[in-house]
Design a protein around this ligand. Structure first.
Ligand SMILES: [Zn+2]
Length: 424
């Protein structure tokens, strides 16, 4: 199957914006330049449109879509989890997670995300939603708690890997997730590490999200969070560290040598009153910084364009300096740097010949997108998720002119509302 995207502004993330065609052969980019229409099975006209890599949401919990708007403006993270999220999550089953994940998949495709990195439970149900809708995802059964409970969850994490790793034409990968330093004692962290070592996967963990996490680890183990994780052996593995709000200079001296990096989730961190990560400093030290939304309970939408804007503006404000971070920096966080954190940058994150054909097309003929001075700035600061017209994942057109193929979108929305009424 050959799909030709004609005459678009190509934002490849590795070279300057150029007008060109993109030829896709099966699941990969075969050519960027000029191609003859007669050789293609399908032609998409991208005149006056941007063609760019699909966005990568590097930290989320997509089954949390049902929490959108449920507990806003009430609690900081610990109370929010204990008083609001966990009591409802106890009522979740596989079917609920499937439908909640499906709603998020629709939301992500319609706002430009093609790959996401998720940790939750009943992730087999999330895998089925991913397979149905045609997205790409790194999924993990979150390991939390201690003793028998942690052992059981580690077993489920391994079963998830055995059943779903490399499924859906390779679009689904499974990794190991540990919940957080303050909810995983050393034995639990070692269980997760041992599993990741055996399976050869990266490790995804919440990290230095709040001051209370930092204080708990200091009081319980007499050390900093970063030293604690280092002593447990975590940093010998490719690690995806979500949040990093409380990172200090001593942490940076350790993180510099760690494979993986930090996922910046500015909206979630601000909304829960956790603070903000100083990602300019991390980037200055050569630490990879990707972008995530977190779940809809703390972030309300999965629109990565919204996240990019705030990601940049927040740093400019903190530093009282608009030059510390650029539109290109945040676009990279949402594409190439995301692919790096996921350990998939040889396949994803840029538009280059030979890479996987994951890309989105954005129409520019909208009042809020004109006049056009600089396309990368337009993408980071003016475009919103609803401007994404077409999405191609693994070479397949999963959304064309904002219609997702193979699903009944209204039915998915109605089911989510029905579940909300029965759960809350
Ligand atoms: Zn999270």
């Amino acid at each position: 199957m050959k799909t030709l995207i004609k005459n678009g502004y190509i934002v490849s993330m590795v070279s300057d914006v150029q007008k060109a065609d993109v030829l896709i052969e099966d699941d990969r980019i075969a050519l960027i330049g000029h191609a003859d229409e007669s050789t293609a099975d399908k032609v998409i006209d991208a005149t006056d449109k941007v063609v760019m890599p699909g966005l990568i949401n590097s930290h989320t919990h997509v089954a949390m879509s049902l929490f959108r708007g449920y507990s806003d403006d009430e609690f900081t993270l610990k109370d929010w989890l204990e008083k609001r999220m966990w009591p409802i999550e106890d009522k979740f089953d596989r079917d609920i997670v499937y439908h909640a994940s499906l709603l998020s998949c629709v939301e992500m495709i319609k706002s430009g995300t093609t790959t996401f990195n998720d940790m939750y439970f009943f992730e087999d149900a999330t895998a089925e939603a991913v397979e149905k809708i045609g997205m790409r995802a790194i999924l993990s059964r979150c390991i939390i708690g201690e003793g028998e409970q942690a052992a059981e969850r580690t077993k489920e994490a391994e079963e998830l890997y055995q059943s779903y790793h490399n499924k859906a034409e390779g679009r689904i990968k499974i990794c190991v997730a540990l919940h957080a330093p303050n909810t995983c004692p050393p034995d639990t962290i070692k269980r997760g590490i041992e599993l990741a070592d055996r399976l050869g996967t990266p490790i995804h963990i919440h990290y230095l999200e709040t001051k209370s996490e930092m204080d708990y680890v200091q009081e319980t183990y007499g050390t900093s969070v970063t030293e604690y994780l280092k002593k447990c052996g975590l940093f010998q593995y490719h690690t995806m560290l979500a949040h990093g709000v409380q990172i200090n200079d001593q942490d940076i001296s350790i993180l510099k040598d760690v494979s993986g990096g930090v996922v910046y989730n500015p909206i979630s961190n601000l909304k829960l009153g956790s603070g903000f990560a100083d990602v300019v400093k991390l980037m200055q030290h050569g630490i990879t910084v990707a972008l995530g939304t977190d779940g809809q309970g703390s972030t309300n939408t999965l629109d990565m364009f919204e996240e990019m804007k705030l990601a940049a503006y927040l740093q400019k404000g903190i530093y009282h300096d608009p030059t510390v971070i650029s539109s290109r920096d945040v676009l990279k966080m949402a594409t190439l740097e995301g692919a790096k954190i996921l350990g998939m940058d040889s396949e994803l994150g840029t538009l280059e010949v030979g890479k996987k054909a994951d890309m989105i097309i954005i129409g520019l003929k909208q009042p809020h997108l004109n006049p056009i001075h600089q396309i990368e700035a337009l993408l980071a600061y003016s475009v919103n998720g609803a401007d994404v017209e077409t999405s191609i994942i693994d070479g397949k057109v999963v959304m064309e002119n904002r219609v997702i193929t193979g699903i009944n979108e209204q039915e998915i929305i109605d089911t989510a509302n029905r579940l909300k009424r029965s759960l809350f």
